[in-house]
Design a protein around this ligand. Structure first.
Ligand code: PMP
Length: 362
């Protein structure tokens, strides 16, 4: 059978229609495209970490429930006893397994623009995805539009990233509450960027039966470990646990994350540094002719370039050795938009200088 016929006969149409999620090659570039923490650890902490890993049993399967790590995460998040946690290989995996548990004709909803995996994974699983445009002036939730879409489509799951990626803002609390109250299905508050924001819904879990709060250690400084978690009622987490692969959190991640989170003050000081840099980069961006930067509660900043120049500015930055994210191809509210992750002071300086040069060249 020719390969094309084989592919068509084996794979679902929605899978064939998708493109794989592309990650840009950052070799040799200043990497400000993926919301990573630019800082590593001092040598003494690295040495203690390696010591902690030394005797781990690589020949054995890891604890399928990652009990020690889960207990640490519960303690750090001050999660009351009546709630449960499910751990994932990054929060990406949690989004995937939550969607895998839905009926085949289910509807999934999220604001648009939003984190692309909600849509990608919904499409991949053949679910009906509805992206509801944010307000154009301030990127806040369009509550009337959200409420009428909820009424019309009865979504099984609504994702609200708080702060939102790629816009960087926190939606207003009233708008969030209106959506949570109107939803008849689950509402997942995706707090991937919580370390940089002074806001969370984790202490409201007891107010709403349909609420889940998802977090990750990726943006905090542990993106390489691949660890995310979601908190919610025992009954909901019990269902999700049936979909989870038994050993989804490997032993190196279990030990390393537990070790790292016991040194949380290190991350807290890195986070403070990133937030201080964010304020500086924001001010400098908004001082540049033709650039509008949007306020951010995350570790990145979305900014708008002069009309039809985003692609060439992005290319020029790359040529000067700085990789950021070009969002202009997504169109809509992101036309002419680029997104930069906050790096070290030196990286940010290099980015700002390269951007000034690109703008002068236009
Ligand atoms: N949620 C949001 C809003 C994100 O921006 C990201 C990563 N960019 C994730 C979840 C996934 O994070 P991870 O899989 O690294 O935990």
């Amino acid at each position: 059978m020719p390969q094309n016929d084989l592919i068509a006969s084996v794979f679902r149409q929605e899978v064939r229609a998708l493109s794989a999620y592309k990650v840009a090659d950052a070799t040799g570039l200043i990497k400000l495209d993926a919301m990573e923490n630019p800082y590593t650890w001092p040598d003494d902490i690295k040495a203690s970490w390696l010591e902690a890993l030394k005797d781990c049993a690589l020949n054995r399967y890891p604890d399928p429930e990652a009990k020690a790590l889960a207990a640490t995460l519960k303690r750090l998040n001050q999660l009351p006893d009546q709630f449960e946690l499910l751990l994932g290989n990054g929060s990406d995996e949690i989004i995937q397994l939550l969607l895998m548990a839905l009926p085949s004709n289910a509807c999934v909803m999220a604001p648009d623009p939003g984190f692309v995996m909600y849509k990608q994974l919904s499409h991949c699983l053949g679910l009906n995805y509805h992206g509801i445009p944010l307000r154009a002036d301030d990127f806040d939730l369009d509550v009337p539009a959200m409420l009428s879409a909820i009424e019309a489509h009865q979504p099984s799951v609504i994702f609200l990233a708080y702060p939102n990626n790629p816009t960087g803002n926190l939606f207003s609390e009233d708008a969030m509450l209106a959506v949570i109250k109107a939803a008849k299905g689950l509402v997942v508050i995706d707090e991937a960027y919580a370390p940089f924001a002074d806001a969370s819904f984790i202490d409201r879990l007891d107010q709403f039966d349909n609420l889940l709060v998802m977090r990750t250690v990726s943006k905090l400084g542990l993106a390489g470990l691949r660890l995310g978690y979601i908190a919610g009622s025992r009954a909901i987490i019990e269902q999700l646990n049936k979909i989870r692969l038994p050993y989804n959190i490997n032993i190196l991640t279990q030990i390393s994350a537990d070790f790292a989170l016991s040194n949380k003050s290190l991350f807290d000081s890195q986070t403070r540094q990133i937030c201080a840099e964010r304020a500086g980069v924001f001010g400098q961006l908004n001082n540049m002719d033709g650039i509008t930067a949007y306020p951010s509660a995350a570790n990145f900043i979305l900014f708008r370039t002069p009309k039809n120049q985003a692609d060439s500015i992005f290319a020029s930055l790359k040529k000067q050795g700085v990789l950021i994210k070009n969002l202009a191809p997504q169109g809509g509210l992101l036309s002419d938009c680029l997104r930069v992750t906050i790096g070290t002071p030196e990286e940010n300086k290099a980015f700002l200088a390269a951007l000034r040069k690109s703008l002068a060249g236009h």
